[in-house]
Design a protein. Structure first.
Length: 307
């Protein structure tokens, strides 16, 4: 909130930390050869780097964080669509219905956010059309990142099927290989490093160390991101890309609720309706209702015996 354009320094710090950790503990200081051919990692890294950078820049294009989270929840749709096109998969009617609900939910939230942008922009007639055009560019960027992310998930799935499960190795190479790419973003990263140095001082509890508060926020972000992304990479080796997408989507829902409540982001009844569509559709896709039925029936049969 304090520096909306700081996405590049955040992403660079995350990549650097995970790459250093992986170089020491996974690559054994470069002595361990990769199980998956390095050329495949270069392809995956190109996708991963592009998705990260495009998603960061979308926040500079009049895209609010709640809309950013909801729109990225559409990765379930993108993953299914590319699965049909690339892997020639076919799904049941309930699956298509769930995808339709998710699409409707994202459209509702996107449309209402567009109205908010147009309304805010109307206060200044000179900036109005320009602000709305930037917002449309932001939506285009999010759409591109959504499709690229889904393609990357399918590519990862096929790699693991061919070469075996190597989540820690994939985590390391996906973060180490893109590091030179951040040279293109060096001026922006340096600019925000200077801004971070100028933020108010903060004393870290327990340790007693005093540093600018933005650096403390960045440190906590890097640590929590490491825990998160390591879990996701383990999940990619154990489940299909669609299942991984579902789990990440539900995590985004929790992030969304926290963002609304803690940061008091604007969220109307229409946004809630759209969010409900997204996550009811997600639950329908997993057929969780079918699993709950037999489970509840077993619970009812056991209760008289326990009494």
């Amino acid at each position: 909130r304090q520096f909306p354009g700081c996405g590049n320094i955040v992403t660079f710090s995350q990549f650097l930390f995970i790459a250093v950790e992986g170089f020491i503990f996974e690559a054994d200081f470069g002595r361990k050869r990769p199980a998956i051919p390095i050329r495949n990692y270069f392809i995956m890294v190109a996708m991963f780097f592009t998705v990260s950078v495009v998603n960061n820049y979308a926040l500079n294009l009049n895209i609010a964080m709640p809309l950013h989270m909801i729109f990225r929840s559409g990765s379930l749709i993108a993953s299914m669509a590319l699965g049909i096109i690339i892997l020639k998969k076919r799904y049941s009617m309930s699956k298509y219905t769930s995808i339709a609900l998710v699409s409707l939910g994202i459209f509702t939230c996107t449309f209402m956010s567009a109205k908010q942008v147009a309304s805010d922009s109307s206060l200044n007639h000179e900036d109005g059309p320009q602000a709305f055009l930037w917002w449309l560019l932001g939506i285009a960027a999010l759409t591109f990142a959504l499709l690229m992310s889904a393609r990357m998930g399918i590519f990862q799935e096929t790699l693991y099927q061919k070469f075996g499960k190597h989540s820690k190795e994939a985590l390391f190479y996906n973060h180490a290989l893109p590091l030179p790419g951040f040279l293109l973003l060096a001026p922006n990263i340096y600019q925000h490093a200077v801004l971070f140095n100028q933020s108010e001082l903060f004393q870290v509890p327990v340790i007693g160390l005093t540093l600018p508060i933005m650096w403390f926020y960045l440190l906590m972000n890097v640590i929590t991101q490491y825990v998160c992304i390591r879990g996701v990479f383990i999940l990619t080796t154990e489940c299909t890309s669609l299942t991984v997408t579902l789990v990440v989507t539900l995590r985004k829902f929790v992030s969304l609720i926290f963002s609304i409540l803690y940061f008091r982001n604007p969220f109307t009844g229409w946004h809630w309706l759209g969010t409900a569509f997204v996550f009811v559709g997600t639950l329908m896709y997993t057929e969780v209702w079918n699993s709950l039925g037999p489970f509840l029936a077993r619970c009812r049969r056991r209760r008289p015996k326990e009494e």
